[in-house]
Design a protein around this ligand. Structure first.
Ligand code: SF4
Length: 299
């Protein structure tokens, strides 16, 4: 392992040890992607206690589920509505009346990021993933109870940044005893994330995984750059089209679900991006970018 990476590994281990809760394990967010494999292995190297949790989205690729099940001690959780009905991508689309879009990713917060309330969460978020991540994330991010959190940060004389993202939040970029006390104090009542590999590059992640003999999710060998859900709008319409060539059963399930939106959009007073939405297939084609009558209402 190169010296520069070894240094980052030691720093990440130190970060994990610094913020480890005294009375309970970390809640380690495990998606089955390379970054979450990295934090999983780092937590083991650091000797910290962690519940490794995958939140089922109901549109995870079968390969991902298979891979996750091959990793020992992964807990699989799923989201529920308040009446106990399981939340799925399918009933969520019907409830929201719109497919998930790049700028309307309701599914992530409802299906993927719902877990770990009141727990200290560890994620594999990295600044190198995107400009947004770079701008809105840090070693520690605390969202929620803004006034109280800010007041405590001020009282403790902490050096913090306010996240410019719409969800707001406070970012800390150092791992000393003050930040540890602050995190310990806040995490039960806020959404607090520790991101030990925030400053790692893609190649460092791969070098680390190779060094520790982690084969990673097999989808990477099929050319996938990021592991998301089947039809995830974040990959762009070309990626969505490719997904549905590979997973035709999911294409049918989306079309069936979009068919349940047709009644809603038949109301003339409701705005819709395309006047040709007569069937679930019309909506599906619009969604993946092959609707010739498409207007730029949502995109
Ligand atoms: S990864 Fe994509 S499809 Fe999956 S929950 Fe998040 S935004 Fe939705």
């Amino acid at each position: 392992m190169y010296d520069s990476l070894l240094k980052k590994v030691n720093t990440a281990i130190e970060r994990l040890r610094t913020f480890e809760p005294e009375t309970e394990p970390y809640y380690l967010c495990y998606s089955g992607g390379k970054d979450s494999d990295t934090i999983r292995i780092l937590a083991e190297l650091a000797g910290v206690r962690a519940d490794i949790v995958h939140n089922l989205t109901t549109v995870d690729a079968p390969e991902t589920i298979h891979y996750i099940k091959s990793i020992p001690n992964v807990i699989i959780e799923r989201a529920y509505y308040s009446d106990g009905t399981p939340k799925t991508m399918w009933n969520l689309i019907v409830k929201r009346h719109i497919p998930p879009l790049r700028h309307m990713r309701y599914c992530c917060s409802e299906l993927k990021e719902f877990g770990g309330k009141g727990r200290l969460r560890v994620t594999g978020v990295r600044a190198a993933e995107s400009i947004n991540r770079k701008r809105n994330s840090g070693l520690v991010k605390i969202i929620g109870k803004p006034k109280t959190t800010l007041k405590i940060a001020e009282d403790m004389n902490l050096n913090y940044i306010i996240s410019p993202s719409s969800s707001g939040g406070l970012i800390l970029n150092y791992d000393n005893s003050d930040s540890r006390r602050f995190v310990e104090y806040c995490y039960r009542t806020t959404s607090t994330l520790v991101n030990p590999i925030i400053d790692w590059t893609d190649s460092e992640v791969w070098e680390f995984l190779n060094y520790y003999g982690c084969k990673a999710n097999p989808l990477y060998q099929c050319g996938c750059k990021r592991i998301g859900c089947i039809g995830c709008p974040m990959q762009g319409q070309k990626g969505m089209q490719r997904d549905f060539e590979i997973y035709p059963t999911y294409k049918k399930a989306y079309i069936r679900t979009f068919g349940k939106l047709v009644d809603y959009y038949s109301d003339e007073t409701i705005s819709k991006p395309s006047s040709t939405w007569k069937t679930g297939e019309d909506i599906f084609n619009w969604w993946i970018g092959i609707d010739p009558n498409q207007l730029s209402f949502f995109d």
